[in-house]
Ligand binder design. Structure first.
Ligand SMILES: *Cc1c(COP(=O)(O)O)cnc(C)c1O
Length: 437
């Protein structure tokens, strides 16, 4: 895919050439490399509020938000002040702290299904641990996931569907053994019948169903009316456990996450991103009955040298306390509406077919003319046009996710002025795309 930018002239390109010699693909997480849109990634020097500035001094309105955590905006004053204070007390002890109790209280109070919680260091660690817990508690082996949902890079989760309904998994990545992949069954999102079929076939050995209750990782895709309720019913009927992976949606869509918003209670919840306030954190929680199986209370092992790290707990706690304020979620809803209405109108004016999905401050514009409800419909989006849109927006000073299949995030720091500027940029970007097509 070609980029409208001339690469190789600026400091970002220089740094990228250095990085690719030292780091696989030049990045420490794949999507950052711009492979989905072409061109070379911008290297970032600093960020403040709703904007990021690259090493060449260009400032962008940021809709990646570090892929979700920065709901208060970058370098929030209160988070920074708390971190500065915490730094002076040391950065890690490997012994319990009162901060860990406080963040546990904050999470348990907010998330309806969580009575006990364990902190880990990433979303990946949270989902891997949650699955081990589900298998340990049920004494079953198989796992059901939905096609297009991402739950971190754990072996049993790096599996997507083959064709057909309830296909037994094939590994999605070399290095994942067939024996691990065999235990993962994949069904289409928003398809309760396919889930029912999977249970009919393998029910006695299905430990858990894991789902992003609102998907962010194939772009933003909403559960259809009643779908999550139906999933809950089916899983309960077969005595399996339901895992809501709320690493992205937790504290994002509402203080109680997607489960609070939709009123469906999972058995186990995974969290990450926002609960670390921009530092590396994950967590998983459930009822006391389930969580008491985790070591050292129980015999399912899970541990972490830096888990509950005082800096991460400090940033997370300040963030979660701020999110007690319902006005923040009301503002995010208004902002999401303003931005997405604007984007839809801009596309319409330019005569470009798009579908913009949104829940609260999570959104994606797809380049297709039919509703996007699962992986099959998401995959119909024209990725080449998305690449053009991405680069045109970047030129206009708007930093979108460098992939069609990622959600955009609005923060509390995105003012109406910045949102309107973004819509104006989109008018220009869509016109450019139209005139070049
Ligand atoms: C980001 C994400 C993960 C993985 O979290 P990491 O911190 O990147 O390991 C897992 N599940 C969902 C839904 C996510 O959005």
């Amino acid at each position: 895919m070609s980029s409208p930018q001339k690469d190789g002239q600026d400091l970002s390109s220089e740094l990228f050439s250095r990085a690719v010699e030292l780091i696989p693909g030049g990045v420490n997480s794949p999507v950052r490399a711009f492979r989905g849109v072409g061109g070379t990634p911008r290297f970032i020097k600093s960020a403040k509020g709703a904007t990021m500035t690259d090493v060449d001094g260009r400032t962008y309105i940021d809709y990646v938000g570090s892929w979700g955590p920065m709901i208060l905006g970058h370098a929030d004053e209160e988070v920074l002040a708390a971190l500065h204070e915490a730094l002076g007390r040391g950065t890690s002890y490997g012994a319990p702290t009162e901060l860990e109790i406080e963040i546990a209280e904050e999470i348990i109070e907010a998330v309806p299904s969580i009575e006990m919680v364990r902190m880990v260091n990433s979303g990946t660690e949270a989902t891997m641990s949650a699955i081990r817990l589900a298998r340990g508690v049920t004494n079953r082996n198989k796992l059901v996931k939905f096609e297009g949902c991402y739950h971190g890079h754990g072996d049993s989760l790096l599996v997507k569907a083959g064709s057909g309904v309830a296909t037994l998994g094939l590994p999605d990545s070399p290095g994942v053994t067939a024996s691990v992949a065999q235990n993962t069954i994949t069904v289409p999102f928003n398809d309760a019948n396919a889930l029912e079929l999977a249970f009919n076939e393998h029910g006695a050995d299905i430990a858990a169903v894991i789902i992003e209750p609102v998907v962010g990782n194939m772009g933003c895709v909403l559960p259809q009316e009643g779908f999550l309720q139906k999933v809950r019913e089916i899983v309960t009927k077969h005595n399996a456990l339901l895992i809501f992976d709320e690493v992205m949606t937790g504290f994002r869509l509402a203080r109680g996450g997607a489960q609070g918003l939709f009123g469906v209670r999972p058995d186990i919840t995974t969290l990450g991103k926002i609960i670390g306030g921009g530092l590396p954190v994950g967590a998983y929680g459930a009822s006391r009955e389930i969580m008491r199986h985790i070591a050292p209370a129980g015999n399912i092992y899970q541990a972490g040298t830096l888990s509950g790290n005082p800096l991460a707990m400090t940033a997370g706690l300040v963030t979660l306390k701020r999110l007690r304020e319902p006005a923040i979620y009301e503002q995010l809803e208004r902002a999401g509406n303003r931005l997405c209405d604007g984007l839809r109108a801009a596309a319409r004016d330019a005569g470009i077919e798009t579908i913009t999905n949104r829940v609260g401050s999570m959104w994606t514009t797809f380049f297709t003319n039919e509703p996007v409800t699962d992986w099959t419909s998401a995959a119909k989006s024209n990725r080449e046009v998305y690449g053009k849109f991405f680069h045109a927006m970047l030129n206009e000073g708007v930093y979108l996710a460098p992939s069609q299949f990622e959600a955009g995030f609005i923060s509390h720091a995105h003012t109406d002025e910045l949102l309107d500027k973004t819509v104006e940029a989109a008018h220009t970007a869509f016109r450019i795309i139209k005139s070049n097509s």
